[in-house]
Design a protein around this ligand. Structure first.
Ligand SMILES: *[C@@H]1O[C@H](CO)[C@@H](O)[C@H](O)[C@H]1NC(C)=O
Ligand SMILES: *[C@@H]1O[C@H](CO)[C@@H](O)[C@H](O)[C@H]1NC(C)=O
Ligand SMILES: *[C@@H]1O[C@H](CO)[C@@H](O)[C@H](O)[C@H]1NC(C)=O
Ligand SMILES: *[C@@H]1O[C@H](CO)[C@@H](O)[C@H](O)[C@H]1NC(C)=O
Ligand SMILES: *[C@@H]1O[C@H](CO)[C@@H](O)[C@H](O)[C@H]1NC(C)=O
Length: 470
């Protein structure tokens, strides 16, 4: 092969691989060549964005269908470090590490010898806590460009300057929305504007941060149950690490800190040796910890969840059903990690009880062992830049003629329970809007369920159809 051709190929490979980090993959022996375990796909809220389509439905529009409207709701891109994780988990570990360097010999342990020279990737906590990282900017910009390629016919034109992208008013969400907005036009002149959606507690349902405007919402839910599991799974890890590094006296929180650092250090530096010191079982245990936590805080284990996800779903269902002339056709909103799971419960997706049946006596998430069969795996919908999309399909074939709705979670098509008669298991538009109406009725209204005292607080999400910045 000519050197020029080689150069060209290596350029193309580099140009395609825009990630700032490599996968951290474990493999098995020579007779299990198919086994690949990427640690970074099991870090739930700390996973950099990834897509994993295990069911196999094609994300392309079904044959003879075009997408004529779409709404995206996404979490912001990768942070340097989350505030709670840093202050409560990581910083205490860093303190202990610093202290221990006087009397503990990490150099004598093969796995942990890197700690002799290791420094924290969070080098300036004031500048980094809760801030969008470089990887986060790249993820959001790249998604913007990919959406422009996926939906060229839904992009605004120069005449259509009312185009908007909505971002919740925190720096990490606003900066993600800005990067995505720039990515939609990929270096060309932008059309339209960004809208800043207030996170104030008096916004009721008219917000992208319903957990902040709902007085009855309790952010600590799930911690008690998840900590029971942590105490279980950390036992053998602590025993192993204590044998390797006598004198450090590892705690369950140290284990958690090192597992979290695998994610954050990868985001900041591109890789982390912490990713290599745990087994696949131990990573799956870490993932299960957050699946439990989020199940009781933001999932089916909290009766408030569908109510808090409903305002976005109802507003979006209206956008899909009632097209107006010159209307926007691509809706994108950027918010925090809480909202994708809430919307999924409003939709009724990833509901394990759906498959077990209500008469099943086994708990969905036992606290003494992993339920490997569960549908509620938060890594697949709460990673950085995770996203839920509702696409309206316009189909013209002999089998399917009319409008349908399809749901994508991180680009993976997810059929709606009980509504799969459309192409590629999509749901006929009329049935979809009826489904949303029926579920809206089934769950208490926002202000009532949340115990909002002020009667003037909005009970619906209306900012999509308002002209002004909100
Ligand atoms: C630091 O080490 C000393 C001596 O072992 C101990 O008494 C002290 O509690 C440690 N401090 C922290 C923050 O771990
Ligand atoms: C948010 O970002 C702006 C720059 O866009 C900066 O001036 C401001 O200090 C940041 N706010 C916080 C709380 O970090
Ligand atoms: C967004 O709105 C808040 C008030 O709700 C305001 O404090 C903030 O400066 C606004 N940010 C931008 C970029 O307009
Ligand atoms: C989850 O599934 C169970 C069993 O079908 C059902 O009773 C329950 O209402 C569902 N939860 C939600 C929020 O849809
Ligand atoms: C689809 O339905 C419309 C009327 O509802 C009809 O005019 C058209 O011929 C149908 N197309 C196909 C391919 O069946």
């Amino acid at each position: 092969m000519s050197p020029l051709l080689l150069l060209l190929i290596s350029f193309i490979i580099k140009a395609c691989a825009i990630d700032l980090h490599s996968p951290w993959t474990m493999s098995a022996g020579s007779t299990y060549g198919s086994y690949k375990f990427n640690v970074l796909h099991h870090l739930t809220g700390i996973s950099p964005y990834f897509e994993s389509n295990s069911e196999g439905l094609n994300p392309d529009p079904p044959q003879d269908c075009t997408i004529d409207r779409v709404a995206y709701l996404l979490r912001h891109g990768a942070l340097y470090v989350n505030e709670y994780d840093y202050v409560s988990i990581i910083e205490p570990f860093l303190q202990r590490l610093k202290n221990a360097s006087n009397y503990v010999k990490f150099s004598e342990s093969t796995d942990l010898s890197f700690l002799t020279h290791w420094t924290s990737p969070v080098s300036n906590s004031r500048e980094q806590i809760a801030k969008l990282s470089k990887l986060g900017y790249l993820e959001a910009f790249s998604l913007g460009t990919r959406l422009a390629y996926r939906y060229p016919h839904l992009m605004p034109t120069a005449k259509d300057t009312s185009f908007k992208v909505w971002g919740s008013n925190a720096n990490r969400t606003k900066h993600s929305a800005e990067a995505l907005f720039a990515g939609l036009f990929a270096g060309h002149e932008t059309i339209g504007k960004m809208v800043n959606v207030s996170e104030n507690s008096d916004r009721g349902a008219d917000t992208l941060t319903p957990t902040r405007s709902c007085p009855n919402f309790d952010v600590s839910k799930g911690t008690r149950q998840a900590d029971v599991w942590l105490k279980n799974y950390a036992v053998p890890i602590i025993a192993r690490l204590n044998a390797k590094v006598p004198g450090f006296h590892f705690s369950a929180h140290d284990v958690m800190a090192m597992q979290e650092l695998c994610g954050y250090e990868t985001i900041i530096r591109g890789s982390s040796l912490f990713c290599g010191i745990f087994t696949s079982e131990e990573w799956l245990s870490f993932e299960y910890y957050f699946d439990i936590k989020y199940y009781y805080e933001l999932g089916y284990g909290n009766d408030l969840s569908p109510t808090l996800g409903m305002p976005w779903l109802v507003a979006t269902s209206d956008l899909l059903a009632h097209a107006k002339a010159n209307d926007q056709r691509l809706y994108i909103s950027v918010a925090h990690r809480q909202i994708p799971p809430l919307i999924l419960t409003a939709l009724g997706l990833f509901n394990d009880s759906e498959y077990l049946g209500t008469s099943n006596v086994n708990p969905v998430l036992p606290l003494d062992k992993i339920n490997y069969q569960r549908a509620w795996k938060t890594s697949s919908f709460i990673s950085f830049l995770s996203q839920i999309a509702l696409e309206r399909l316009n189909c013209k074939s002999t089998a399917y003629n009319g409008s349908y709705v399809r749901i994508l979670v991180n680009s993976v098509p997810k059929p709606l329970p009980g509504c799969v008669s459309g192409p590629s298991d999509s749901c006929p538009l009329k049935q979809f809007t009826d489904y949303v109406k029926q579920r809206h009725k089934q769950y208490e209204d926002f202000t009532k369920a949340c115990g909002v005292k002020n009667k003037n607080v909005p009970d619906a999400m209306t900012f999509f159809v308002k002209e002004q910045t909100v």
